[in-house]
Design a protein around this ligand. Sequence first.
Ligand code: LER
Ligand code: MN
Length: 267
Amino acid sequence: MKLSIVLSTQPAQFQAATFKDNLETNLRRITALGYDGVELAIRDPKLVDLDELDRLIRECKLSVPAIGTGQAWGEEGLSFTDPDPSVRRAAIERIQSHIPVASCFGAVIIIGLIRGILKPSVEQAQAMDWLTEALRECCAAARLHGIRLALEPINRYETTIINNAVQGLELIEHVGTDNFGLLLDTFHMNIEEPSIEASIRQCGPHIFHFHVADSNRWYPGAGHLDFKSILKTLFATGYSGWVSGEFLPEPDPRTAAERNITELRQI
Ligand code: LER
Ligand code: MN
């Protein structure tokens, strides 16, 4: 099992990035804890010196399985479904600007909250059309570099657009390109899916990336999810990707990251 953990390359409001900022120190910590990779949450690739980042990642002998992009929404309000066309355009361009970073590391680009939240003046059907068009455009650009995009179903308390696996699979049908798939997150699944295992089986080969956090969004083992059963089901689908820790830095980042790896390695 290839294990990674989320690190935000800059300070961020998002609470479940276990590590934030202090790039070099945190990358060294992640390696020392025994992780094989780091999932980088990058608000804007312009803020990152890619050569320096690549050098550090190599020095730390880490892989980068995925790039998180949600802070462009969280900190700047960029969204694929905003009624303002200039905001939608900026969101599409922002995702496309992640392609060189993703290419450097062979990473999946995550589509999280940059899909947006339905604004009062926008009909759901209109939002889905904008979302589909934006994803087709981004996937076409990513395909030229062999890069895949993974949309994450996110629970109803965080967004009104794509909350569960069935909606994610419908969107895959509409977008209609094989470099578009899903990122499943056990925290969101615990809220939205009737059965986490059944939904994993249903998504099968469309699962491009996987986030783990327990029912309380602490590290696996701190809540009531059955990770033995969940991971057994995930790998039984033929999944050969990463299991990426995205949980609250509680009781502190180091302890959370350590307990996650201990729990998952024993499985
Ligand atoms: C991001 O991966 C995530 O899980 C969301 O909760 C972001 O708000
Ligand atoms: Mn997640």
